[in-house]
Design a protein around this ligand. Sequence first.
Ligand SMILES: [Mn+2]
Length: 339
Amino acid sequence: MPTSQTEKQIYKTIDSSLNPLLISHENPDGDTLGASLALSYHLTSKGKKHKHFCLNQPADYFSYLPHIEKIITDQSEIDLNNHDLIIAIDCGSINRTGLAENLTKAKNNLTIINIDHHYSNDNYGHYNLVSPTASSTSEIMYKFFETNNVEVDKYIATALLTGILSDTMNFTNAATTRDSLKIASELLKFGARTGQIVNNLMQNKNVFALKLWGKILSRTEIQPEYNFAYTAIAREDFLSSAIEREDVDGLVNFLSSLQDVNFILVLSEEEDDTIKGSLRTTKENIDVAKIAQAFGGGGHKKAAGFKIEKKIMGETIGWKDFIISAIINELNKTKSQLL
Ligand SMILES: [Mn+2]
């Protein structure tokens, strides 16, 4: 089916829904928030009842995005029986919605719309607007608005531009395309506030945060055999009251500016007793999504991630060493395809 037909069908489905639930992925980034808040803002301006869920509280520096205060982060406030439609936005798999278990159970009574650009997306929705060649889900949302003649005002434009800038790392990574630049230019025409985006997303660090970056960066090691760089963020790093979790956002992308390594890996000990792994590469021939998939994760060829429960690692060996040796094992197995 041509994309524009899917876009129209999805718009109609949303229009006829009584109470849609928008979902941004867990640990939300600028793209999932930009795309979903643009849609939420549009629905509100049409007087359409809806709710918006995200498992984790968005970082404070996103507070300039329209309607961000309406996001519900408490799962107990969401009753799927009250909704006839789910719109998952920028969720590469249903697991990233934070409601996977409930959604799978309710799948027969609910319609699921899946709007995303992760190439590992398995089209889990009843309607799938999935385009792995798009820079961001915000770009897909822009085209969706265009096809359906949705008016893009300065608030929607600012939200969508936030998503495009986030996922292209300010037009520096491989996701940057002619389309993403063209759409950004159109968003500026519609009044997107670049100053606001830059002030909030790039100039948001205090001196304690920079010192923590220094500490984490100084732990970086190079794995000699496969030539990848890695570092780890521990829970103890956040004991100081002057430091928040969100202060290390951006560190993974910063580390990927490292020259002459095959890929970089940042491990982070999370509050929920899992270890999050973030992978980045700038190398044409390396697909980090494949490495992430080996650990139950996913993502893009150039940027991917996974999560591992700490309890499966046992007590005898530290979590960092455990994961690094598991990665090396995986690379040993799949050497020829990965590197
Ligand atoms: Mn995205």
